[in-house]
Design a protein around this ligand. Structure first.
Ligand code: SAM
Length: 259
């Protein structure tokens, strides 16, 4: 997978991709991350990327021209079609505009990108945002990382790179798996504990020390469902539960029980 990041602050990305799983995925060639300065795609001598909004109002807006040029020059490198569509390996290039107005970026979306794409171009806005023609006529996806407004698209771009990279084959290594992560099967992950078994008088659930794999798996599933009921009950509306799992939730709800 190749990520291309378009930004007016290329130095911002010094650091975020140099640690842990993302760094390892880079050194193993699982991902390649290239950062491009949007200003180098301007045609004026002052390298201006923004202008005042039509209709008046506060702030500045990213002009369409440097962004279209940048994306088109990146896509021109592609073979065989170079049009951002499906390639011969059946995978596509996504052109993602990071935007507070975009579709919410969720785990399922990260998995879809990891499975379907060979390349993701990420456009980081600043100021009041980006000329709407980029969303309408250039981007394949307009994504938001949450219902809040950040100062720029750089942090959202790091979020997308990180979430997609860890789902690529080989990225997590054999010791970890994303299968039980929160949201992978629609509910939150189960709670985790480690040594010591008693800390400041607070113990851990006995079953986790029992060595009984079947009982541990059952406890984990029940605890994951109860934690989801407590923290994110709306997620449960979309999950197909067994009769036993529904009973666990009913009983826990009635008793106001913790996991
Ligand atoms: N005026 C815009 C609005 O209210 O939707 C906010 C612009 S914001 C200050 C500047 C840039 O930050 C955006 O163009 C976008 O690239 C990025 N951004 C801010 N919040 C974001 C979010 N929740 N998800 C993704 N990108 C975001």
């Amino acid at each position: 997978m190749r990520f291309d990041l378009l930004t007016i602050f290329p130095e911002f990305f010094t650091g975020p991709f140099d640690y842990g799983i993302v760094q390892r995925a880079r050194s193993q060639g699982i991902v390649e991350i290239a950062v491009h300065d949007l200003r180098s795609f301007t045609s004026d001598k002052h390298h201006v990327v923004d202008d005042r909004p039509f209709g008046g109002g506060d702030g500045m807006v990213f002009k369409p021209d440097p962004i279209f040029r940048a994306v088109e020059s990146l896509l021109a490198d592609e073979t065989p079609s170079g049009d951002g569509g499906d390639d011969h390996d059946g995978k596509r290039t996504a052109v993602v505009l990071l935007s507070a107005q975009g579709r919410l970026f969720k785990q399922a979306e990260a998995a879809r990108f990891a499975n379907e794409c060979r390349r993701i171009i990420l456009i980081c806005g600043r100021y009041e945002g980006v000329d709407e023609r980029v969303a309408q006529h250039l981007a394949t996806d307009e994504l938001s990382i949450g219902d809040y407004v950040l100062t720029g698209g750089e942090i959202p771009a790091v979020v997308v790179v990180d979430a997609v990279t860890r789902l690529l084959p080989g990225a997590l290594g054999s010791e970890t798996s994303a299968v039980h992560d929160s949201f992978s099967d629609g509910v939150l992950d189960c709670p985790h504990y480690t040594r010591p078994a008693e800390f400041r008088g607070i113990g851990v659930p006995d079953v986790l020390l029992s060595g009984h794999h079947g009982e541990v798996a059952r406890w984990r599933r029940r605890a994951a469902l109860l934690k989801t009921l407590k923290m994110r009950p709306e997620l449960l509306e979309l999950v197909a539960l067994t009769d036993e799992e529904s009973r666990w939730l009913d009983e826990a709800g009635r008793a106001n029980e913790d996991y």
